[in-house]
Design a binder for this molecule. Structure first.
Ligand SMILES: Cc1cc2nc3c(=O)[nH]c(=O)nc-3n(C[C@H](O)[C@H](O)[C@H](O)COP(=O)(O)O)c2cc1C
Length: 254
């Protein structure tokens, strides 16, 4: 098999094979937690403002879709905490529960497995100190993880070799970094989980693009990054949980 053929297999549906597999769910193994837990006693938890439409300046969905572009140049203006709250809700906010106790969110997801956690590298958000945070979707709060020394140099090192605008990510207000915990999907979908996870995360980033557009900000997806470095910086084990996609956001230049 050529390299291409081998990789293309991943893009195809393997449901006929999957049908015959006894998944961990069928075997009766315990379902993994639907979100990563946080120790609220030892962590600094930050309330996010209630999500409000007031932050939206471009309400028309047609205009948001039509005018969205990957944005790699940003203004000096910071994002407000209200705007960050809105972007987090738009990308991973919980809007319901299904009958199996799984979360339903602003983005679709295969089998409502929602394998993602949202880490934020915050550079310029009003009222929030620079550093690393994690979104807690159930509570709609932020967990402050730690400050990061030499933040800008670290972002350059993570988002290496950018093809269009070198080193743009550090100039954003916030860098979203989505991790996946594949077992949340593997438990149910076994060998079919992995293709689904990649499709799922595309929906998340598209909502980041459109919600950013609606508040006068611009987003840029980032698929070129140093896997090992970002996992190490965010203290992820790189096997059970690892980063799969990034998105930079900042206010647009007028
Ligand atoms: C999966 C994916 C990965 C991407 N990775 C990067 C990246 O690492 N750096 C970058 O500058 N743009 C990245 N982009 C943005 C694309 O370059 C951009 O979407 C494309 O050039 C089309 O431009 P538009 O989004 O303005 O329509 C990525 C987009 C996608 C969907």
């Amino acid at each position: 098999m050529t390299r291409y053929e081998e990789q293309r297999r991943f893009l195809k549906s393997n449901f006929n094979e999957f049908k015959h597999i006894k998944t961990d769910k069928i075997k009766g193994l315990a379902q993994p937690p639907i979100v990563k837990l946080v120790d609220s006693k030892s962590s600094l938890i930050i309330d996010l403002p209630k999500v409000s439409k007031d932050v939206v300046c471009k309400e028309n969905i047609f205009d948001c879709i039509d005018q969205r572009r990957s944005t790699r140049f940003y203004s000096e203006e910071n994002l407000s905490l209200n705007e960050l709250s809105y972007l987090l809700w738009a990308t991973q906010g919980i809007t319901g529960m299904n009958k199996n106790g799984l979360t339903l969110r602003t983005v679709p997801c295969s089998g409502a497995t929602h394998t993602f956690e949202t880490y934020l590298i915050i550079m310029r958000v009003e009222g929030i100190q620079q550093g690393i945070y994690r979104y807690l979707p159930v509570e709609h709060k932020l967990s402050f993880m730690f400050e990061l020394a030499e933040l800008e140099q670290k972002i350059d090192a993570i988002t290496l070799d950018q093809p269009f605008v070198p080193n743009f990510a550090k100039k954003a207000s916030v860098l979203f970094a989505w991790s996946t915990t594949p077992y949340r999907s593997e438990w149910k979908y076994d060998i079919s989980a992995h293709k689904k996870i990649l499709i799922d995360v595309g929906h998340v980033c598209q909502n980041l693009y459109l919600s950013s557009e609606s508040i006068g900000a611009g987003a840029c997806a980032i698929g070129i990054y140093d896997q090992k470095l970002i996992d190490e910086i965010l203290e992820l084990d790189g096997e059970e949980e690892f980063i799969i996609y990034l998105g930079a956001v900042g206010k647009k230049r007028k």
